[in-house]
Design a protein around this ligand. Structure first.
Ligand SMILES: C[S@@+](CC[C@H](N)C(=O)[O-])C[C@H]1O[C@@H](n2cnc3c(N)ncnc32)[C@H](O)[C@@H]1O
Length: 258
């Protein structure tokens, strides 16, 4: 008789950084795990309860981390893997699926649950108004896992299609020129007046929100903790005399611009 595996793996989204933006479901899942795997800064955000273990690993070791968590679960533990934001957005849920697909067949019998989190683009959007109020897309600008030529083609297509864009992983020490190249590419397809929002470390004490235009946008304004929202031609700025400026994209598309 084949013995059912008793361990399980939960992939948990921690939200963008503010404890108030951790969902109740994520909080409960964190408390019930025996061992928590994650990138060190995310692990540091999780209060450790008595008897719980944690294992931090480097940023680039996602599939290895996923495999170690799956191995723990296969040994009968309740393992958890944490991600910033939502685990399904450029994060650990896909890495776990990759490890499952290529790992031992027995891992496929494990109970797996994914607990969603507030992803960065939603946290940034909420800070400024409703820039994602109409159709939008999300892209990672990292060319570690796909060629830069594909990124440029997708930026051009998204701009031509009229999508608002949320750009994740905009820049890093190893990828210093790509963001400025992305802005250049977008300037060829969108007016210089297009609204751009830089949302840095949203929900953390060092949060910074900056509004600018595509003509003025510079890569140096961003870092690895920044999520950038590039508006469509419909996205507008609403100034209010005594309240912060709002950025929003109306829900309906004017027939003239369709
Ligand atoms: C590997 S991706 C992970 C995304 C994450 N799973 C999510 O749902 O937000 C890392 C990127 O997310 C964005 N990011 C993560 N935390 C952020 C925050 N607090 N504020 C703004 N952007 C953030 C940045 O673009 C960063 O380069």
């Amino acid at each position: 008789m084949v013995q059912a595996m008793t361990g399980k793996l939960t992939v948990i989204g921690l939200g963008p950084g503010n404890a108030d933006q951790l969902t109740r479901e994520a909080d409960v899942a964190l408390q019930t795990a025996d061992v928590i795997f994650g990138y060190q800064p995310y692990i540091d955000r999780v209060p450790l309860r008595a008897g719980q273990r944690r294992e931090a690993s480097d940023n680039r070791q996602e599939v290895d981390r996923a495999s170690r968590a799956l191995s723990e679960a296969a040994r009968g533990a309740h393992a958890a893997v944490v991600s910033g934001g939502d685990p399904g957005v450029f994060a650990m849920a896909a890495a776990v699926c990759e490890a499952l697909e290529h790992g031992p067949a027995a891992w496929r019998d494990l109970e797996l649950s994914i607990v969603p989190g507030v992803t960065s683009m939603l946290a940034v959007a909420a800070r400024v108004g409703a820039p994602l109020g109409h159709d939008f897309c999300a892209m990672s600008l990292s060319d570690n896992l796909k060629p830069w030529s594909v990124i440029e083609r997708r930026l051009q297509a998204a701009a031509a299609a009229g999508f608002v864009m949320a750009l994740y992983n905009p820049i890093s020490r190893a990828r210093p020129w790509q963001l400025d190249r992305a802005f250049e590419t977008l300037r060829e397809h969108l007016p210089g007046t297009t609204v751009v929002v830089f949302g840095r470390a949203v929900g953390r004490p060092d949060e910074r929100i900056q509004l600018t235009t595509l003509a003025a946008a510079k890569g140096a304004e961003a870092d690895m903790a920044t999520c950038i929202i590039v508006g469509s031609t419909e996205t507008r700025i609403l100034t209010r005399p005594n309240q912060p400026t709002l950025v929003y994209t109306p829900r309906s598309l004017a027939a003239a611009s369709a």
